[in-house]
Ligand binder design. Structure first.
Ligand SMILES: [Mn+2]
Length: 316
């Protein structure tokens, strides 16, 4: 199937790459990697995302080539990356109808909505799947493409810390380093260029930490009011959920972010073998075993109570 996709990349001439709203490093990295491969092959290619990527990715060469979703580009092939559903990447089924749709993902809840589907839940990042397509199809792998793929893998494995990290992950990363990637360059740009106001917001968020089930569940939140007070937005909260998970004894960390009054986006992270994607499905969401998300529509106290109840299995 990967060889077949590589053949399509070589034989067709115009492509639209789409990925999920609030794109993370894997979504952006895998999209720009594929975009760059297509450009180097002399193809017409576009990247469209439903929402503007966070500022931490603005150091990437092709950041300014990312466009907001239009569902209007006249292309032969659409490639959806890291998107568990068509809705997640803002694809209008009417627009996609008469085009070849390739769905490449690693969310196990993906319903295989493409004409061609490569969905591999065991892949640590979509970037790893793109790397395999490049290798199997003998496609160009320049330093720039390698940097995008490295970004994808670095961020989706939590800097090679999550349980998705396996021998293959390091093998791919090693190959990318052979192509010229400097790990410090990517890491310092992604993780060490935070805005001072983010820390003001973080201090308010850390103040909200609460624990349940003998300290196995940690929960923290941000409200619209806190955003206003610190002159920040959802963009500033990229890594906040990790603070909840990083506490000793905590098995699940949850971060609630008020996007609209009484509408909370929830991020859930777990350690080791606890599968939080099942819980996320109960909250209009989904994801991976150790990282998932969803939405709760309720006032803060009620939202928190619903989430705490959903983790009653920690009470063992
Ligand atoms: Mn991913």
């Amino acid at each position: 199937m990967k060889k077949k996709v590589a053949e399509i990349l070589k034989s067709k001439s115009s492509f639209l790459i789409v990925t999920h709203r609030h794109p993370d490093g894997d979504a952006i990295g895998s999209s720009l990697a594929l975009y760059n491969v297509l450009k180097e092959l002399g193809k017409t290619a576009f990247v469209e995302i439903p929402t503007q990527p966070a500022y931490i990715y603005d150091f990437l060469d092709d950041y300014s080539n990312i466009e907001l979703t239009s569902n209007s580009k006249d292309v032969e092939v659409i490639i959806a990356l890291d998107s568990a559903s068509m809705d997640r990447c803002g694809l209008d089924p009417e627009y996609a109808k008469n085009k070849l749709l390739i769905n490449i993902d690693h969310h196990k809840t993906n319903p295989l909505y493409g004409d061609i589907n490569i969905v591999e839940p065991e892949a640590a990042a979509v970037g790893c799947i793109i790397w395999e397509i490049i290798k199997q199809g003998d496609l160009p792998l320049s330093k720039k493409t390698a940097e995008y793929l490295y970004l994808s893998i670095l961020t989706d494995t939590g800097s090679f810390r999550y349980s998705s990290t396996n021998p293959k992950t390091f093998m791919v990363a090693a190959d990318l380093l052979e192509k010229g990637v400097e790990p410090w360059y990517i890491a310092s740009n992604v993780y060490e260029r935070e805005k001072p106001e983010t820390y003001k917001l973080l201090s308010l968020v850390l103040d909200t930490l609460e624990f349940h089930y003998d300290g196995k569940l940690a929960l923290e939140y941000v409200t619209i009011d806190m955003f206003k007070k610190t002159n920040t937005s959802a963009d500033n909260t990229e890594s906040f959920v990790n603070y909840a998970r990083s506490i000793r004894g905590v098995e699940v960390g949850v971060f609630l972010r008020e996007d609209e009054p009484n509408v909370f986006k929830i991020s859930i992270r777990s350690k080791g073998n606890i599968d939080v994607s099942e819980v996320a499905v109960q909250f209009e969401g989904g994801g991976h075993k150790n990282a998932a998300g969803g939405t709760v529509r309720a006032p803060l106290e009620e939202a928190k109570r619903k989430i705490v109840e959903a983790f009653s299995f920690l009470n063992r």
